[in-house]
Design a binder for this molecule. Structure first.
Ligand code: SAM
Length: 256
């Protein structure tokens, strides 16, 4: 344990993750802004710019939650398509949690997406994407989701299966801070401030304590890069990009 939080046994993880996101769904978007001081928006904006989707991109956003990545995808495609249309671009959001998906669907309606031509929400597990055919996806993203999955190797194997040859896997996730000054501050913020804010803003200390523990337990950049390679992906250079001194990182792999 660390600061009194017990480590979660594997067989309990999926149930716990279900409860956590069921609890936080309604406050999720607000809490992201509060806890990151808005920085998660900058990371996600940067993420979409580097992914640079086009009007033909078939995008699968796994653990897509309330749609932050999917809406950025649609915005980006509109921005690069003459006439501001979406062409044949499509994003499918898969998430295991119906409460998170409901928030996403409501946001989609508010933004004017009323049919499933360019945006679809599916309930499903990253470890078994049986709804998604083999080699059907150009771009697979999972943002702040993979650390919540019990079997990361199964998630990566499914990503490999659904991607077309030449397709890209892109994982945005909290990672290991590589700055000696920021490190201790970040630890204090994570273990003391975040659970306290979870209590204050969302009335839910435990859920936010879990989120912090899941961040701490996720493998560091080189280890996760090697897991991506083991799943069959090719990586270029070191294979990841650090954001904010490694508070988060973008890992990339290609299915060749
Ligand atoms: N991608 C969104 C974002 O960046 O705002 C949501 C991230 S949220 C921190 C993590 C999401 O992962 C939750 O919506 C949760 O339900 C989902 N999740 C957890 N385990 C999952 C699994 N095995 N399969 C699919 N989604 C899962």
């Amino acid at each position: 344990t660390h600061f009194g939080f017990r480590t979660i046994p594997e067989h309990e993880k999926e149930t716990l993750v279900g409860k956590v996101f069921g609890n936080v769904a309604q406050s999720y978007d607000l809490m992201n802004d509060v806890m990151s001081g808005g920085v998660h928006r900058l990371w996600k904006d940067h993420y979409m710019r580097t992914l640079a989707p086009s009007s033909t991109t078939q995008h699968l956003d796994v653990a897509g939650g309330t749609g932050d990545i999917a809406f950025r995808f649609l915005d980006h495609v509109r921005g690069v398509t003459p006439g501001g249309g979406l062409g044949t671009a499509k994003v499918t959001v898969v998430d295991i949690n119906p409460a998170m998906l409901e928030v996403g669907k409501r946001r989609a309606l508010d933004l004017g997406y009323r049919d499933s031509t360019h945006l679809e929400f599916l309930e499903g597990n990253a470890e078994n994407l049986h709804q998604i055919p083999d080699a059907s996806v150009d771009l697979y993203t999972i943002a702040f989701g993979i650390r919540n999955c019990t079997h990361v190797d199964r998630v990566l194997a499914e990503a490999y299966r659904v991607l077309k040859p030449g397709g890209r896997l892109s994982v945005l996730e909290f990672s290991s801070v590589n700055n000696p000054l920021l490190g201790p501050l970040y630890e204090f913020y994570s273990f003391r401030i975040i659970p306290a804010m979870g209590d204050l803003v969302a009335g839910d200390r435990e859920s936010y304590a879990y989120l912090v523990e899941s961040i701490r337990k996720f493998p560091a950049q080189p280890v996760f890069r090697d897991m991506i390679k083991t799943a069959g992906f090719k990586v270029q250079g070191q294979g990841w990009e650090d954001l904010t001194f490694g508070v988060a990182a973008i890992h990339t792999g290609f299915k060749i």
